[in-house]
Design a protein around this ligand. Structure first.
Ligand code: ADP
Length: 412
């Protein structure tokens, strides 16, 4: 009597661990179906919260837990319990791998990498250049590895897509010995999103990624632009840290570096205070008190001048980067907007390309106003350069890369 072969495990858990939060998604890579997703926040506080959404078979109502979750181990245990309640436990033989978002991979990690002790040591070695992110990512990795030591676990790095940048774009013009001694250079972030969106944009144009040059504008709470030539990143707006570049929700983006020592000398601020100012109290929130573009748009409609100025500064910087990356690429096939603001704020998209008709860029008001979760063109048919809205999906991309790397490793 023959028995049907057991299908190979095809579920991937994606973990994005912050210092006090863990975001997760469980996906089935056979059909690319999302099975569950959720978020644990305020880990280490009395008011921790876990919000879990089952998505299997059309989904069911989100469940919430509140009460103290002391650390990442407790957080992951709670996530495992929620998944188990849906019949999707982490001990299931159907789980093929765990994929971890890791913010900083330095120069060494140019690809997703199966995690072992040497990889953990290297991520740890990069802590000085990513003091907020890499330790949190490592907490998630260590916890998940303790939970399922038998399972392949993969690190997918935010910086990896940008390691193709030429030295001319990656180096700051500062003393080379000092820069090299402290690994000061432009690494770039949001790479998983820039990779996913640039490929999806090529597909939208009916082309291969190798055939097209794309400017990707990832506008979320954090925001970054990248210039992608034939599928390879040649420049990006974030640098040594995710502070450089565009105006963001709470981050300043580009400032004259002299602002920092001026504040130290004239205002007596410490390095840590300036760090908080530029990373947490600047950008849109510093300019007008709100970092949510929806609220800013509401205030503009109500005649609020501070909100209008914040919007104008945000758009002015964005336009400068479009122009800069147009020049870097020489020929541009598409400009793609993505992430919370890029996917939803039609007014930002329209303002960012307004007046760029000479560069072949234009937005059709009707197409721009339409709302959809699908990748779509918003430029008029006559425009030389396609303007697109391409929803990003970093979790799916991490899951795909994790699965591609570990397929066949399970149960070896
Ligand atoms: P994160 O960087 O936290 O992943 P997201 O990509 O989810 O951020 O983007 C969050 C931001 O998207 C919010 O702060 C808000 O400004 C913006 N946003 C979300 N929905 C809308 C909308 N309908 N209109 C304008 N802006 C929006």
């Amino acid at each position: 009597m023959s028995t049907a072969p057991t299908p190979a495990p095809a579920r991937v858990l994606v973990l994005n661990s912050g210092s006090s939060s863990v975001k997760y998604q469980l996906l089935d890579m056979r059909g690319g179906e999302r099975l569950a997703q959720g978020l644990v926040e305020r880990i280490g506080e009395e008011t921790s919260r876990l919000a879990h959404t089952p998505l299997l078979g059309g989904g069911s109502a989100p469940r919430e837990r509140t009460g103290p979750i002391p650390d990442h181990a407790a957080a992951l245990k709670a996530v495992a319990e929620e998944l188990a309640a849906d019949g999707l436990g982490l001990d299931s033989p159907e789980l093929a791998a765990i994929g971890h978002r890791v913010v900083h991979g330095g120069l060494r990690f140019t690809e997703p990498t199966v995690i072992d002790d040497a990889v953990i040591a290297e991520i740890e070695r990069l802590v000085p250049v990513a003091p907020l992110h890499n330790p949190a990512n490592l907490l998630g990795i260590r916890t998940a590895m303790a939970m399922r030591p038998d399972l392949p676990q993969v690190a997918v790095f935010d910086t990896a897509f940008h390691t193709t940048m030429p030295e001319s774009a990656a180096r700051y013009a500062i003393d080379v010995e000092t820069a090299d001694a402290h690994r000061i250079r432009r690494y770039g972030f949001h790479g998983t999103s820039h990779a996913y969106v640039s490929r999806a944009t090529a597909r939208l144009l009916g082309k291969e990624p190798e055939e097209v040059n794309v400017i990707v504008l990832h506008l979320g709470n954090g925001a970054s632009a990248s210039a992608v030539r034939g599928g390879r990143c040649v420049d990006t707006s974030m640098g040594l840290t995710p502070l450089e570049g565009l105006v963001m929700g709470t981050r300043s983006g580009d400032v004259d570096p002299a602002v920092t020592f001026h504040l130290k000398r004239v205002a007596g601020m410490s390095a840590d205070e300036i760090d908080v100012l530029l990373n947490q109290r600047s950008g849109l929130v510093g300019l007008c008190g709100d970092n949510d573009m929806r609220e800013i748009q509401r205030r503009i409609e109500a005649g609020d001048e501070r909100a209008a100025l914040a919007f104008d500064i945000y758009v002015h910087r964005l336009k400068k980067y479009i122009g800069a990356y147009y020049a870097v690429l020489g020929r541009v096939d598409a400009v793609a907007f993505t992430a919370g603001v890029g996917e939803n704020a039609a007014a930002v998209r329209a303002a960012a390309v307004a007046g760029l008709e000479e560069l072949g860029l234009a937005v059709d008001a009707g197409l721009n106003a339409e709302r959809s979760r699908e990748p779509r063109l918003i430029s008029p048919a006559y425009a030389r350069v396609a303007v697109a809205v391409v929803p990003t999906d970093e979790e799916l991309e991490i899951a795909r890369q994790t699965f591609a790397l570990t397929r066949g490793q399970v149960n070896d």
